[in-house]
Design a protein around this ligand. Structure first.
Ligand SMILES: NC(=O)c1ccc[n+]([C@@H]2O[C@H](COP(=O)([O-])OP(=O)(O)OC[C@H]3O[C@@H](n4cnc5c(N)ncnc54)[C@H](OP(=O)(O)O)[C@@H]3O)[C@@H](O)[C@H]2O)c1
Length: 327
């Protein structure tokens, strides 16, 4: 299971799903945008360089908001700092995005919102479960963008080992490297066996694994004595269920954090790093950015990893599976 091997050091990025999302994250432009700009600046000055977004983060009147906020923040940076960033977006294979050129307009729109600073394009999920005939064409279309040097790198997301193997082989035939795969990965993530297969396969194929929702939507940041009430009903419901079920894991996170003079969040992120993944936690405040980056200054011991792995296997608390996850 996770963490069998020796603890290894990976980097940490950050995610921006909440930057424009009302339904899950209660985004409000009036109150949030200034704080998000400060969060972005703090994240960068703390040394976080990998930024994850998606063209579906912000819908309706907020269409593309995460990307456009990021584009504005990146534009304000000196060119030398901009060139150090890996800005990665995900394009959603909506049913109306058809065929090999199906993503091209979406790609141009994302690139425009991001001020031309996009470095990696990622397939947000595979269509294998509902429109398998689309999968090769859409992937080929993304590879075309890399080969035409419109973007540097290509990644995928929410794929299981079978799709990952197939995608990597197809891209390799084209001479395009599959740079990364994103999966839900945390002490409370679901589908442990399949996720571990993805980790093992990705490692053997030299594909970086980005761990999304590494804090289980913030549940893993809550001290055992705390009972926070998030602002949206989606997270309230999740916290009501997961806080009691995850008590033992959160007690362990707190114990290790206290011993280390660190935060529970740093312990949860360093568990992800110890499993060979690169966590991309969602951050919304400058102090969260600083705290997340502080995890880069230390690593878990093998015995700390092993205690957490055992608790994880005993724990009944599981985050909901992503409905777009394929095999
Ligand atoms: N590929 C996909 O399909 C997919 C799916 C989901 C997410 N993602 C990516 O992964 C990123 C991260 O996942 P996520 O946003 O779902 O959830 P997450 O990272 O598990 O949790 C984010 C929440 O954790 C809390 N948090 C973060 N840092 C903290 C700190 N230092 N101290 C205390 N609390 C802290 C914050 O809660 P508060 O806001 O309450 O402060 C934050 O909103 C997303 O932004 C997105 O880029 C990708």
């Amino acid at each position: 299971m996770a963490g069998r091997g020796p603890c290894r050091l990976n980097s940490i990025g950050f995610g921006t799903w909440a930057w424009g999302n009302e339904f899950v994250w209660g985004y409000d432009s009036k109150t949030d945008d200034g704080r998000l700009a400060a969060t972005f600046r703090q994240a960068l000055s703390s040394g976080l360089n990998l930024i994850d977004t998606a063209d579906s983060y912000g819908t309706g009147r907020l269409n593309g908001r995460s990307e456009s906020l990021l584009g504005g923040f990146i534009d304000a940076l000196p060119a030398s700092r901009r060139s150090q960033l890996v800005v990665a977006t995900k394009l959603a294979p909506f049913p109306w995005r058809l065929g090999r050129r199906g993503f091209h307009r979406a790609f141009d729109a994302s690139q425009k919102r991001l001020g031309g600073h996009l470095k990696r394009v990622q397939l947000h999920w595979s269509t294998a479960r509902y429109a398998p005939w689309q999968e090769a064409a859409l992937l080929d279309g993304l590879a075309d963008l890399v080969q035409a040097q419109q973007v540097d790198e290509l990644g995928v997301s929410n794929v299981g080992p079978r799709r990952l193997r197939w995608m990597q082989a197809r891209l390799m035939e084209r001479g395009v490297k599959l740079r990364s795969v994103q999966i839900q990965w945390s002490l409370l993530s679901p589908g442990l066996a399949q996720a571990q297969e993805v980790l093992d396969l990705a490692q053997s194929l030299d594909i970086e694994v980005l761990a999304y929702s590494p804090l289980a939507f913030g549940v893993l940041s809550c001290a055992p004595a705390e009972a926070p009430r998030p602002s949206t009903w989606v997270r309230q419901r999740l916290f009501r269920r997961l806080l009691p079920e995850s008590l033992e894991i959160r007690q362990l996170l707190l114990a290790i954090a206290t011993e280390r003079g660190a935060s529970m969040v740093q312990v949860a992120l360093n568990w992800c790093r110890a499993t060979g993944t690169t966590p991309i936690p969602g951050i919304r405040t400058p102090s969260q950015a600083m705290d997340v980056a502080a995890a880069l200054t230390w690593q878990l011991s093998e015995s700390e990893c092993s205690v957490l792995n055992q608790a994880r296997e005993r724990c009944i608390a599981r985050m909901p599976s992503n409905p777009f996850q394929s095999r």
